[in-house]
Write a protein that binds this ligand. Sequence first.
Ligand code: GDP
Length: 382
Amino acid sequence: MFWKRRRDEPAGEPAEDQRPPEDEAPTDDDAIANDGPWEPDPADFEPDAAWGAAGAPPTESAAEPNLEPIFLDAPEPTPVLPATEPAGSLDHGLERTRGGFMSRLRGFLVGDDGTGPSWDDVEETLIAGDVGAALAMDVVENARRRRDPGGAEAAVRAELASLLVEREPGWEPRPSVAGGPAILLIVGVNGTGKTTTIGKLAARYAGEGRHVLLAAADTFRAAAIDQLMIWADRAGVQIVSHAPGADPGAVVYDALDAAIARGADLVIADTAGRLHTKSNLMDELTKIRRIIDKRLPGATPETFFVLDATTGQNGLQQAKAFHEAVGLTGVVLTKLDSTAKGGIVFAIEHDLGVPVRFVGVGEQAGDLLPFDPEAFVAALFG
Ligand code: GDP
């Protein structure tokens, strides 16, 4: 099902032959922030100079106007996945980590014969588990001083738990502005599990009966758009996409238009996985945010960084760069099931000060768990 709109047409009135069927056309009741036909600001759609260089989109020059079909919809959201997908479990997700650095760590701590464990070994093991060198040193130092009546294990456990940001477990989509949809921007480096995470989030919230709409705003890679479409189809949610190379801001704008017209609860936007300089990255995200603000003035979108747990401290450095550039509100830690070094969770929360919101524990739709700090520490220590 297509609903086309061309740049050179007035946005409010699609041409007769391009109008959506009656039952899909936005009504006055649907319009929650109808501020009249949108007048594009030419500055928002200027070709990005950076796109002509190394990361040029595959099939279309960035300078070319984007005149392709805008909407590619599933009819109405029909959440098929969550009913059939068994949910992954934290115990399963942490199997490797428990068998890896945690097993070694507990060996040192539990083997304490009253003279105290070898704190050097404890420190080394924490570092090997991706907790990070400086942080491991602090944890050991503070645990020693604690003289916990429960012994060395209780002391280390309490110290690790204290590194996690205090808050309610999980995350709930909240309207980005009164009456508007929640807006979630997903950022991160290619290959970390960004698309899969968006698909899992879509399946989760559609399964809870929410109206979810995806925005394929990583227009850099044609494959990213295709893959997101597959996930949208699986999760039974709607997706708004443009041709590869199109302006990501325009995709987000149209997604918001569709979300408002259809009363969607949540818009999840994929974004480019890598732009070769920090300022490109910041420009792109700033532009997307500006466009969100234009369509939904005062909206407060959230920005989640997808971090691949198997990349350890490197991943953390990437997260720091993104945080500095665009300001993150949450982290999704993927592939926790594939690493024996789940200690990266502590480093993320402590060094970044950004809460882990979800953890990925597999490749299926149900393998995304809301992060619960207490449950995480309990599962780590078995
Ligand atoms: P993107 O390039 O960042 O969009 O990454 P993709 O979503 O395409 O994921 C890259 C690979 O990681 C795919 O093979 C996914 O199935 C896999 N993947 C994503 N999340 C997880 C996870 O939590 N656990 C495991 N084991 N694999 C994952």
